[in-house]
Write a protein that binds this ligand. Structure first.
Ligand code: NAD
Length: 485
């Protein structure tokens, strides 16, 4: 079988594809079959240096352009991404194994939304004027300089754009290191940005494992680091960035609660729980994997959930009818299988699923455990796979305390017909991104991010601008300077 998935070269630096075969080779595996679809080389120190040098050189003149000029490039890139949605979606499916049914409506489109949104915003970025009697201060909103983006493997196109778009809008240069598991899509983002008119050196992609990420984070030429990844990686990257007093955005993991009250619309609650556990085969950071179901609706919930899971079309991710694909890698599949065994051993009731599918590729069944208790490992640790833990509850105060009893704080959701309760519960959640009668929406207009161990900073929306720019205060005196001597 031949693929057109092998990129022209491993890296994209200073406006062009670049290869260095001295770098450690690594393979890109198609998760639906286990076949190798590309071989890339991890960045050598020479490649990392080349990317940093290009970014540092290009950033100043990009920052000197007007916001309108910068924004025009981003908006052109957004249009190109939409025009090429089909090809980009197919590549996202090769990279991740997620069904085309998902990638064709979520990945390049969400990346394009970010480019369009921040492209439109670039011209509106201003400082302010502060009058102090006859004297005054004005603030300049300035870029940070060279930003490093480090991606996870679940949304490679989206993450490349969610970090790149606000960084570029604010006048920074970006060096993006994709996850070594899904390295292909970010290269296309770089290609499109440059075709859209981005000057060379402003969006560079370098490949590699954690050591390449670490070399970027610790380089003194880097001013900001934005990571999407797990909490343990976040701890390391945050600490390394702190050494150089660098700005950070940390988008980390979660074990988010989803509370279904007895008055919830059952079909919507089941739909929310499906979206919050099985979309992208459960490989979504904000998933509501601790599903607290009121005792009065537990049996009907489990019944309807099992029935609807029976409608999942599991198979070839390229088939537009397929709605549930494989895990991203054999490694991730085995991690999830390990958690399923733990769940069984801890005494949770396996309602449905729990097995690897008897076919090529890394397919797991959508899995639901009921009678899960708060202390079980499957209720405490992020699994990052299609495993839902259903926990029972009886009253609001009790469930709120249990929902918040976690080190994580990425997302949380509630289904109820009682609006006052919905808002009260949302206010009580210790989480950055909350949902009432819906789950896992992530429009570019709204801030996205976590509290507690799930992260620092926010992506998307006007809030992201604060994390990719800084204010300079300029004091201006109109009268004489008073000095003591
Ligand atoms: P990971 O933490 O293993 O890796 C993330 C990235 O960090 C990779 O590119 C990796 O190469 C790099 N990395 C690893 N060690 C590093 C180091 N010492 N210095 C610099 N970079 C280093 O995460 P993953 O397995 O790729 O992704 C899954 C995790 O990401 C889950 O925990 C998930 O919840 C989280 N995630 C969070 C969000 C969010 O927005 N909050 C979104 C998607 C995924």
């Amino acid at each position: 079988m031949s693929y057109d998935t092998q990129p022209a070269a491993s890296h994209f630096i200073d406006g062009a594809y670049v290869e260095d075969t001295d770098g450690t080779p690594f393979e890109v595996i198609y998760p639906a079959t286990g076949e190798t679809i590309a071989t890339l080389h991890a960045a050598t120190p020479a490649i990392i240096d080349r990317a940093l040098t290009a970014a540092k050189r290009a950033q100043k003149s990009w920052a000197a352009m007007t916001g309108t000029e910068r924004g025009r490039v981003l908006r052109r890139a957004a249009d190109m991404m939409r025009e090429r949605n089909h090809d980009l979606s197919v590549l996202e499916t090769w990279d991740t194994g997620k069904p085309y049914q998902e990638t064709s409506v979520v990945d390049a489109t969400s990346g394009a939304d970010a480019l369009e949104y921040f492209g439109g915003m670039a011209a509106t970025l201003t400082g302010e004027h502060i009058q102090l009697g006859e004297n005054w201060v004005y603030t300049r909103r300035e870029p940070l300089g060279v930003c490093v983006g480090i991606g996870a493997w679940n949304y490679p196109t989206q993450i490349a754009c969610w970090k790149g778009a606000p960084a570029l809008a604010c006048g920074n240069a970006m060096i993006f290191k994709p996850s070594e598991t899904t390295p292909l899509c970010a290269l296309k983002v770089a290609e499109i940005l440059h075709e859209a008119g981005l000057p060379a050196g402003l969006y560079n992609v370098v490949q590699g494992m954690g050591d390449v990420g670490s070399a970027l984070v610790t380089d003194p030429r880097v001013d900001k680091v934005s990571l999407t990844g797990s909490v343990p990686t976040g701890r390391k990257v945050y600490a390394a960035a702190a050494e150089g007093i660098k700005h950070v955005t940390m988008e980390l993991g979660g074990k988010s609660p989803l509370i279904l009250f007895e008055d919830a619309d059952i079909e919507n609650a089941v739909g929310g729980a499906i979206l919050g556990n099985f979309y992208s085969s459960g490989q979504v950071c904000s998933n509501g994997t601790r599903v607290f179901v009121h005792r009065d609706i537990k049996e009907i919930f489990l019944e309807r959930l099992s029935e609807r899971l029976g409608n999942a079309v599991i198979g070839d991710p390229m088939d537009p009818e397929t709605s549930f694909g494989p895990m991203v890698s054999e490694r991730q599949m085995n991690i999830v299988l390990g958690y399923i065994e733990k769940g069984k051993a801890e005494g949770a009731r396996l309602v449905t699923g729990g097995r690897r599918l008897d076919r090529e590729g890394y397919y797991l069944e959508p899995t639901v455990f009921a009678d899960v208790t708060d202390d079980m490992v499957i209720a405490r640790e992020e699994i990052f796979g299609p495993v839902m833990a259903v926990l029972d509850f009886e009253d609001e105060a009790e469930v709120m305390a249990r929902a918040n009893d976690t080190e994580f704080g990425l997302a949380a959701g509630v289904f109820t017909r009682d609006l006052a309760r919905g808002h009260r519960v949302a206010a009580g959640f210790e989480a950055g991104t909350c949902y009432i009668n819906t789950y896992n929406d992530a429009p570019v207009e709204a801030p996205f991010g976590g509290s507690k161990n799930s992260g620092v900073g926010r992506e998307n929306s006007k809030a992201a601008i604060e994390h990719y720019s800084q204010l300079k205060s300029v004091f201006v005196r109109m009268d004489d300077v008073e000095a003591p001597f």
